[in-house]
Design a protein around this ligand. Sequence first.
Ligand code: BGC
Length: 729
Amino acid sequence: MTFRRLILLAAAAFAAAPAMAEPARDPEIEALIGKMTLEEKAGQLNMVSFVPMHETKFDPITKGLKDGTVGSLFNVHGFETARELQKRALDSRLKIPLILALDVVHGYRVIFPTPLAQAASFDIEAIRRSEDIASREAAADGVNLLLTPMLDVSRDARWGRVVEGPGESSYLASRIAEARVKGVDGDGGHSFAKSCVKHFGANGAVEGGRDYTAQDISERGLRETYLPPFRAAADAGTQCMMSAFNAPDGAPTVINRRLLTDVLRGEWGFKGVVTSDFKAIHETVTHGVAEDDRSAAKLAFTAGADLDMESRAFVEHLPLLVRESEIEPAALDEAVRRVLTLKKSLGLFKDPMRGLTAAPQAALKPEHLAASQDLAEKSFVLLKNKDRALPFAPDVNDVALIGPLGDAPADTLGPWAGRGEPSETVTLRMGLEKRLGEGKVTFTPGGTAAASREEEIEAAVETARRADVVVLALGEKFDQSGEGASRAELGLPGDQMALASAVLALGKPTVVVVFAGRPLALTELAEKAPAVLYAWQPGTMGGAALAAVLMGDVSPSGRLPMTMPRALGQVPIHHDQRITGRPYDPTDPYTSGYRDQSPEPLYPFGHGLAYTDFAYGAPTIARPTLRRGEDQTVTVRVTNVGKRPGVAVPQLYVRPLSARVARPARELRGFARVELAPGETREVALKLKPEDFGYWTSGAGFEIAAGGVEVMTGPDAEDTKSARFEYRP
Ligand code: BGC
C-alpha cells in the first residue's frame, strides 16, 4: 500500500486542541496571588493527609493551616471535621479555604458495586447516576474533591487494582470516563463535589501484575489503549488529574513532562490541576531518577505537577528553588492560580462550607439504596446456566447456602467502601432470607476464605444434602483485591475449590455465586458447576440484588468487562490482542498457542447469559462506501427467542483491513443495552466514526487507512458475524 492511500486525519478526537485565547484572569485570585509570600504559594501546592484530631498528631496540620503552608487535605470526611478544618484555614493570614479530598471510589455512604462490576453493567447512565449520588453524599458531609474516577485500562487480572477500574477496553473505559466525570461534577451546583481523575498515564500497564510496576509501553500503546479514557475525562470537563505512580517510558509519570505538559496540556488543552499520587514526588528518589527531594520537587514541578500529595517536597523546596532562580516565579504563580481556580469553582471562597449548615441525616436514603441495588442487579454476569438451573422455582423451599462469602458484609461491600458500613449491608444470606421468608435458608460457611477444616466441609455437605437447591457463595475477601492486593494465583483462595467439589459431588441443583474483585481463572469450577453467577463485590444492597436475580425477579444482564482466562499463564489476556502472522490453529503447534492449554479464554470479553436466549442477525451497513466526514451506521437485528424478558447487549467490533501496522483482531467500538420481551425483535443501530478504526503510527501520529473495514457484531467478542465496507475519504 502506498503512503498516499493513507489519509492522515486531523479528526477532532485525535487532534491537538485548537489554540484558544487565554481566559481573562480572575481579579480576586490575582489579588490574592499578589499578596502571597513564596511560602504561602508553595503551601497552596501542598496536599497533606489528614490525621484524626488527637491534639498531638494534629499539631503539624494545625500549624500548617495557620501559617498557610497546607492548602489541601485528603483522607477527610465528616461535617464537623470539615467545618473545624475550614475554620482553622480561615484563621490564617490570607484566609484561603481548603480542598478537602477523599477517595470515593464506589460510593460514599451507600456503596455501589465496585467500578469493575459497574463496568460489567454496560449501563452508562446507571454508572453516571451512581457517581451523582456518591458526589452528593460526600459533598453533604463536607468533602469537596473526590479522588475518582480511576480510569486505568487493565488487562492483567493479577493486579489488585483492576477492581477499581473500567476493565480492559479503552472504548468502554472512555464512555465510563465521561459518565463518571459528569456524575461527580454534576451540574456545577454546590450539592456536588468535583472529580479528580486518576491515574493519568499508563498505571494499568503493570508488569507481572504487581502494583507500581510498568511495562515499557510504546507510544502506540499509550495513545491507543491507556490514554483515551483520560482524554475523554478531560473533554468531559474534569478539573483535576492525578498522575500515575509508574514509569511507562522510563520517567515516572509525575516527572514526565511529555505526558503531563506536552500531551495533557498542550495537545488536549487541559487547564485544571495536576496532582501527584501519594508520596510519588519523593518516590522518584527511590526510582533513582532524582537525587533528593529538592531535585524531585524541581523535576515534578517543571514537568507539570501542581499539587504535591504527601511528599512535602514542594512546600519545603519550591520557595528556595524560586529564590535561586531554578524555577520561574511566573510558573509558580501559574500553578497556584490553577489550584485557586479549582477552589473558586467549588464555591469555597464564597462559603468554605458550601451552604452546609448541619451534618447530613444518618439514615441511608431509600432512593440511593434503590439505585445501588439497580446497578448491582445489572452488574451480575451469568457465566453458565446448564439446563436452566437458574432462576430457582418460585416455590423453592429449602435452600442450602454454603460458603465463606454467604454472609460476609465487608466482602459484599468491596475494597474501597468509602463510609459504607458493614452493619448496613445486605448480605446474600439476608437477601435470600428476606426474599424467601423465615426458615427456608440454612447457612453453613464450610470454613473461611483462607482455609476449611475437614469437619467444616462435612458439615457443609450435610446441609447441602438435606436441601432442595444449593447456593455456593465463594470467592475473594474484600482485601484480596484493591491497592496493595495483587495476587500471583487466580484460583479460588484457600480450600474453597475442595469445598465446592465436595458439595457439587452430591449432584444437587447447585448455583455458584462468585464474589471477586477480578476475573478469576475458574476452569475446574465452571466444568463442575451447573450454573455460575459472577457477583463481583456488589455493595450495600448486594444480597437483595442477588436474591432478586437468583429468584428470577430480574434477569441477569451484566457482560464481562475483562476476559476470563482458563489458566493463570494466559494473563494478560484481552479481546483486542493483535493478530500475529500465525494466528492460533489447534492442529498446528507452530501457531500462537500453548502446548499445555488452549490460548482461548474460558469466557470472552462481553460474555454474559440471560434467562432467555437471543438470536443475532448479521450486521448491515448503511454506507457500503464511507467518505471523509461521514459516520457509518451498523445495524444488527436481535430477537428474544426465549420465553422470558431479557436484556440483550449487542456489541460492535471493528478492524481495518489495510492498516500499516498490525491491528487487533477486533476492538470494541459500540454497544447497547436492549430490553426485549419474549418474541420481540429490534433493529439496533450502532454508530461508527472513521476515527474508530484509526490507529497510531510512530511517524505520522493518528491516521485512518483508506480501504476495507470489517465490522463484527454479536453477543460477545468471539461470537460475531461480520460485514465490510470501504473507507474512501
Ligand atoms: C492511590 C490513589 C489514592 C491515594 C490517596 C494512593 O496510594 O494510588 O489512588 O487516591 O493513595 O489515598
